[in-house]
Design a protein around this ligand. Sequence first.
Ligand code: CA
Length: 506
Amino acid sequence: MIRVHEQDNVAVVVTRGGLPAGSRLEGGLMLAEPIPEAHKVALTDLVAGDAIVRYGVPIGYANRRIPPGSWVHEGLMTAPAAPPLSDCPLATAPPDALPPLEGFTFNGYRNPDGSAGTKNILGISTTVQCVAATVDYAARRIKADMLPRYPNVDDVVAITHPYGCGVAIDAPGAAVPIRTLRNLSLHPNFGGELLLVSLGCEKLQPARMIPADALTVLDEEPALAVMQEARQGFGEIVDTITGLAERKLEKLNRRQRVPCPASDLVVGLQCGGSDALSGVTANPAVGFAADLLVRAGATVIFSEVTEVRDAAHLLTSRAATPEVARDFVREVAWYDEYLRAGGADRAANPTPGNKQGGLANVVEKAMGSIAKAGSTALMAVTGPGERVRQKGLVFAATPASDFICGTLQLAAGMNMHIFTTGRGTPYGLAMAPVIKVASNSGLAARWPDLIDVDAGRIATGAATVEEVGWEIFGTVLEAASGCKKTWADHWGLHNDLVLFNPGPVT
Ligand code: CA
């Protein structure tokens, strides 16, 4: 049983398989009914209207009497309203900087713009869905026939997507997918090389996707193939793409890993398939690792607006400056409106699996989720798809959907990804290594060849938050150096890139 905060009137059962009715807890409380693993038990007698307190905050209000020892689940509580954004304190309590951590390095690829890669990938960008199948065909040929001759190149990744035509390209929402595609194309793991395939007649023209001022980060002019310029059929089109690819592969293959300071890491944090243990094991351990990374000078990105919405007041007070806090409020307000226009709100976030895993509602999920962000000051806030330029802890506003969040964090420049899960997901990305951290040892035992770090040991007392945090930090440096493969990379489990398009389709 774990009680997170001294004011909590519920605790979480951490016994594998749950506890039967009649079980005695520490302190003598007897369970009135069976309680599943990772679910909550009432520690006091609650009457209708009483706050149900976890993490020291109300996660809901009892809608009937809940005797001590009872299972406290979603059906017994009403969720609190989201904190009003107009009342959020602005940078009222930014934490003091933690002592710097010196001397930590990884072996990465140095890029012309000063960023560092953790993989050496040939990226093939596209302006429009029309060319996606052709580019996938060419990429299969390149991988099979050419890649074996370039052993220093890790992979060939085609950035295909459903965007580019049939969309209101000048609508305000269009800026999000367009800058996402631009920033994905300029990702640090592509080594400053750009190969772009266009159809010819699409709305998203190459110069709009990659304007001239974005080319300064590249080594040379982008290699551009326009399909409608071909005069001799499909064979010519494929030969054009593979010919350009060969030139890029020759250049990429000459690159070598060199020692880079840990401050060159841009680490994206995410969770997916969370359970009630995520907030006491995996997310706090990732939070400790996030603090270590910030102390080492790195950038740490957290996201998922609907999962931080109920903690907005805690994050704005942690902002380094009132401007950063206002940026946060602006992005969250935009998302509130986006959800409202779609006839939804943040309560649409938790999944059936989250709830089976003991998470009663989005408030409880949010309080556990923000533990990932550690304890340092919030240094910057960016909109979806924007490149992050700041060091330290940064909030990149994104949906919580795993693939959309991962895609937008890649666009932000993420070169390492830490992903916590309680229910389990085989999630992975081709463009950057994904380290998966399990919130419970049952999952780690069931999926030993999918989970990279078992944070469930914190619940069983076999390890501390600090020990698992250092393990995650060490795993990040090893995976960034290419000397340790994540399980997702071992099996080649790479989810699709999925764009966030809040704009209209025509
Ligand atoms: Ca997610």
